[in-house]
Each structure stands twice: as structure tokens, then as C-alpha cells.
Design a protein around this ligand. Structure first.
Ligand SMILES: C[S@@+](CC[C@H](N)C(=O)[O-])C[C@H]1O[C@@H](n2cnc3c(N)ncnc32)[C@H](O)[C@@H]1O
Length: 164
């Protein structure tokens, strides 16, 4: 199944109403089309301007910044989300998007990491789940979709700054 169709179907099946997204783009439209409220974070000023031109839509909030600092933003700080989708900032280093994943896991019980076919993203998933408390599901797709589900009994501490 095409990736954004999968995200739309996933949101409908899981009754996802609120999404925290790292890296806006076509995925943002998929979540909006699925009827979700989306808060999307972009760290790059150039791409933030592009997002402002194309994604200034009802139920969509665009924020300029990057984790961990952006997690103190009033729109996020005391909020939890049904789903966090991690597709930014641009992937680099041996554990790409580690800060985004840690921030995402502090605000949502369902976290999706895009580009999960890549070795770096797989290493990131291994790192963030090494202490347990999360089930990991790999959804086959062109770029790979890693789905992390918080296990019942593992607490969400809202407003907690992710340890980096
Ligand atoms: C892959 S983009 C996010 C795409 C979006 N989630 C989607 O699925 O359409 C991840 C990050 O890479 C950067 N980036 C690099 N090239 C980009 C491009 N051509 N369009 C948008 N963002 C780009 C931006 O900073 C962005 O947040």
C-alpha cells in the first residue's frame, strides 16, 4: 500500500485524532485528510517557509524549531497526542532523529518512524526501545514504517523533558 494511504488508514483504524509530527510535508496532508488535528515541527527556516505556504490549513499548527527546545512550546509542553510521526529533521549521524524519537515517545503512546528501511533509523529504534516498554512493528513500504506501541503499564509522563 502507498505510504500516505497507509497512514490515513492507520489513523482511521486506531481512531487517531491528534498528531505531533516532526517534519511536515505530504504526510501532514494525509493526517489532515484522515480528520486529525496536526502540530508539525520544522527545524529548517527554508522548509518552514515552504510549509507555511502549502500547509497553513485548518487543524494544522506549524512550529519552527527542533527538539528538545521546541518541546517547551506552549502548544506542546503540557499536551499529549494520540500519535507522533517522526520524519525530521533531515537524517544525519549514527542515530538519525534520536532527539525527535525521544521527544515523540514522551508525548504519545503510538510513535511512527519513517524511513525505517535504513540502517540508521533501525539503530535509532533499537536505542530508544532498549529499556523495554514498547512493542515494535515493522510495516513494509517503500521507505519503511516503524511503529512503536507503548505497552500497557508503561507510564507516559506528560511535560517531561526527554533525556538526551
Ligand atoms: C523528508 S522531509 C519531511 C517530509 C514529510 N514528512 C512527508 O512525508 O512528506 C524531512 C525533513 O527534511 C528536510 N528536507 C530536505 N529536503 C526536503 C524537501 N525537498 N522538502 C521538504 N523538506 C525537506 C526538512 O527539514 C524536513 O523537515
Amino acid at each position: 500500500m502507498e505510504e500516505y494511504a497507509f497512514l490515513q488508514q492507520f489513523c482511521k483504524e486506531k481512531h487517531i485524532k491528534s498528531v505531533l509530527e516532526f517534519g511536515p510535508g505530504t504526510s501532514t496532508l494525509a493526517f489532515l485528510d484522515a480528520g486529525c488535528d496536526v502540530v508539525s515541527i520544522e527545524e529548517n527556516w527554508k522548509w518552514f517557509q515552504v510549509a507555511q505556504r502549502t500547509l497553513m490549513l485548518p487543524n494544522c499548527t506549524l512550529l519552527l524549531g527542533a527538539p528538545p527546545a521546541i518541546m517547551d512550546h506552549p502548544r506542546i509542553a503540557a499536551s499529549s497526542f494520540d500519535l507522533a510521526f517522526v520524519d525530521g529533521p533531515g537524517a544525519k549521524g549514527p542515530l538519525p532523529r534520536l532527539h525527535s524519537m525521544q521527544a515523540a515517545m514522551s508525548r504519545a503512546s503510538i510513535v511512527i518512524l519513517h524511513d525505517a528501511n535504513r540502517a540508521g533509523e533501525q539503530a535509532t529504534i533499537t536505542e530508544v526501545t532498549k529499556n523495554g516498554g514498547w512493542e515494535v512493528i515493522k510495516q513494509k513500504s517503500r521507505r519503511g514504517i516503524g511503529i512503536l506501541l507503548r505497552q500497557s503499564g508503561a507510564a507516559v509522563v506528560h511535560g517531561e523533558r526527554p533525556s538526551l
